[in-house]
Design a protein around this ligand. Sequence first.
Ligand SMILES: [Zn+2]
Length: 159
Amino acid sequence: LATYLGANEDPAELAGHGCIPASLAREIAGGPDTVLRRIITDPLSGQVLDLGRDRYRPTAGVGEFVRVRDRECRRPGCHRPAQACDLDHVVPWQFGGHTNADELIDLCRRDHRLKDEPGWVYSLAPDGTLTVTTPTGQSYDSSPPPLHEPRVATEPPPF
Ligand SMILES: [Zn+2]
């Protein structure tokens, strides 16, 4: 917001691209087809909590939330942008999985296919940590990258 308002020259992050200069970010944000959206983050962890939308269509809203939260393929070590990924049920739909943000993750097509091979186990913890267990029994964790650095909690004012 401070960059958008011209209060600083901090670089912005363009989803699927990386950091861009503040001047270019302001030019894109001010474009005629640009839609600005409020994103609520946890001030301590930087994790996305809500997109703050006035209009809510469950399927599109949930998918958009997961893409903004995950930002890239969730397989540990894979960095393909979420915009190029599939939304995948951690617990497969046919085995009781639900279509909500707590049970959906972004996986690139290659890792989506790998997940469906025999012997791979994926589990998603309530805090968003994904644990992938390989057919040989090794486990790897990944968490969605925070949108900003954790901020230090401040003491409330004395009065
Ligand atoms: Zn991937």
